[in-house]
Ligand binder design. Structure first.
Ligand SMILES: *[C@@H]1O[C@H](CO)[C@@H](O)[C@H](O)[C@H]1NC(C)=O
Ligand SMILES: *[C@@H]1O[C@H](CO)[C@@H](O)[C@H](O)[C@H]1NC(C)=O
Ligand SMILES: *[C@@H]1O[C@H](CO)[C@@H](O)[C@H](O)[C@H]1NC(C)=O
Ligand SMILES: *[C@@H]1O[C@H](CO)[C@@H](O)[C@H](O)[C@H]1NC(C)=O
Length: 501
């Protein structure tokens, strides 16, 4: 009996809400795209105190520019409202089709964004379409937010046309949206079930963060949704334009997702509470927000790069808690995220990795494990120089400070060196203004650099550098044998041994 009044209450509340909505709701209809209302959740809900309806499809002026391997340089304009034009273009229904959808105030970046299509065409045979909605994205942020719905409807209008006239399956469609473009892709996916993939590049946060899934990009919008967060946070709190919450199957947070190396970021937003002023102001720095585009572009031509590690938090990832990759492998951030076999196993999987501060951004994470053998405590740096099969040689610090004999040191480094390591060099950087008794002894290390043959393995005797560092050089081809290598005579009574890499 107790449930009866409760039920009545719920019904009554719902009716009241509907009445309120009806009183406030406005609607605008277009022949081609249907109707758009401003009832909740589109506006007037917490986190989305937004007024207004979208602009007309003519004002948003969504245009589609096609690039294929037969026209890498010059695009061909395609339009479903003028279908005969598609027949005369290089659009081919046997290919996958990728759309790139830009965000707010992206006009000046369009040539750069179009280059992402050209990069793809270097490596694959696809229809790559740039969706240009600068007509709807060049004004106030709030206006652009409303116009996202028109862009979503326009995308679906074209996809429906392709499906009807070419039998083109939505499963072959991949939307790649940056900022507000990510939510336009989400809106398209909501309207058109069965879209193959949506990639959200730092999806816009303001007026989307923590709103219902209907309004924003979420995993139900495509069979596979992958996200790259590069300036995630809160606009009013830390002047971040990107969404912080997970909104895909795989949510990649490179460098933690909030602050990108090489980007100067204002920690405190300018003293205004106006969302439009803030978003216009952000445009002048925009560095972190745009990194998602840069990473994605580089990933297209770096098929083994941007390995991501599933982890609870970024801090746990940094500490090496989620290293190495599990049996089923690790997902790759960017273009090849869809190669991960477990990609849709779960929603909202947090994935972390580090990148460089400038291009090329890709880094390869390695675990280095070193044991120090000495008779005394030493002060200095343990550095290694790694050379990869890609020929790049870089130095990294494993640890610094005071080293106790017999202790092992473990560190994780994000290297520029891809593939197998072909060479490891140990560098001992002693701290200055300390008189080392070994300095003299080291001068007498015999036969510096002499090579020893051992089966397939080649490695060198320690090579003494009379400057500030002692150096041992090793050559090897297989990682397992590394454990056998040690720097026996690096310094008298002092050596370190590489346990694993
Ligand atoms: C619509 O966009 C196209 C392509 O960017 C452009 O050529 C045209 O001038 C635009 N039309 C209007 C009315 O802005
Ligand atoms: C990946 O898939 C395998 C097999 O379905 C499963 O055992 C494993 O737990 C999955 N891993 C994750 C991280 O979900
Ligand atoms: C790394 O070494 C293994 C074993 O020698 C080999 O199978 C693999 O192809 C190598 N990878 C690269 C990128 O060179
Ligand atoms: C090296 O170790 C030996 C034996 O442990 C010791 O007698 C000698 O003094 C040490 N030499 C230095 C330079 O520490």
């Amino acid at each position: 009996m107790i449930f009866f009044p409760l039920k009545m209450f719920v019904v009554w509340i719902t009716t009241l809400l509907l009445l309120l909505n009806a009183a406030r709701g406005r609607q605008v209809c277009y022949e081609r795209l249907g109707c758009f209302t401003d009832i909740p959740p589109w506006s007037g809900i917490p986190g989305r105190q937004l007024a207004g309806l979208p602009s007309s499809p003519e004002d948003v002026n969504t245009s589609f520019f096609l690039f294929t391997k037969d026209n890498i340089i010059n695009y061909q304009k395609i339009s479903a409202t003028n279908p005969s034009t598609i027949k005369t273009t290089n659009f081919r229904p046997h290919r996958k089709t990728r759309f790139i959808i830009h965000g707010h105030l992206a006009g000046p970046d369009l040539p750069w964004i179009a280059n992402m299509c050209r990069l793809m065409l270097l490596t694959e045979d696809v229809n790559c379409i740039l969706a240009d909605w600068t007509g709807g994205s060049s004004g106030l942020y709030t206006t652009a937010v409303n116009n996202v719905r028109i862009v979503g409807a326009e995308l679906v209008y074209l996809v429906n046309f392709l499906e009807k006239d070419y039998g083109y399956s939505p499963a072959n469609i991949h939307f790649i949206g940056h900022s507000l473009g990510a939510h336009a892709a989400g809106e398209a996916g909501r309207r058109k079930p069965g879209i193959g993939r949506i990639t959200g590049l730092d999806p816009a946060g303001p007026l989307f963060q923590y709103t219902p899934t209907m309004v924003r990009l979420d995993p139900s919008d495509a069979k596979f949704v992958d996200i790259i967060h590069t300036h995630a946070g809160h606009l009013f709190f830390d002047f971040a334009p990107g969404i912080l919450q997970t909104c895909g199957h795989l949510d990649f947070y490179p460098n933690g997702g909030k602050k990108m190396p090489g980007c100067k970021q204002l920690r405190v937003p300018p003293a205004t509470r106006d969302i439009n002023d803030l978003m216009r102001e952000y445009r002048s720095i925009a560095c972190g927000h745009k990194r998602s585009l840069r990473y994605y572009a580089e990933s297209i031509v770096t098929p083994n790069g941007f390995v991501g590690y599933q982890c609870k938090t970024y801090r746990a990832f940094v500490l090496g808690k989620c290293f190495p990759c599990p049996k089923e492998g690790c997902p790759l951030m960017g273009h090849y995220a869809d190669r991960f076999s477990n990609k849709t196993e779960k929603e909202e999987q947090n994935i972390y990795l580090n990148t460089g501060a400038c291009p090329p951004y890709a880094r390869w994470r390695k675990e280095i494990h070193v044991r120090v053998s000495a008779t005394e405590i030493m002060k200095g740096n343990i550095d290694v120089a790694l050379t990869g099969t890609n020929g790049i040689r870089k130095e990294y610090t494993i640890d610094k400070g005071t080293f106790k004999p017999g202790t092992t040191y473990l560190n994780y480094i994000d290297t520029e060196v891809s593939g197998n390591i072909s060479k490891v060099e140990f560098l001992w950087k002693k701290h200055v203004r300390v008189l080392w008794p070994w300095d003299r002894a080291a001068e007498h290390v015999a036969n510096p650099g002499a090579l020893l043959r051992l089966g397939e393995e080649r490695y060198a005797y320690p090579l003494w550098q009379p400057s500030a560092s002692a150096r041992a050089q090793f050559f090897h081809q297989q990682q397992e044998t590394l454990a056998q290598l040690s720097t026996k005579a690096l310094l008298p009574n002092w050596s370190y041994q590489l346990l694993s890499i």
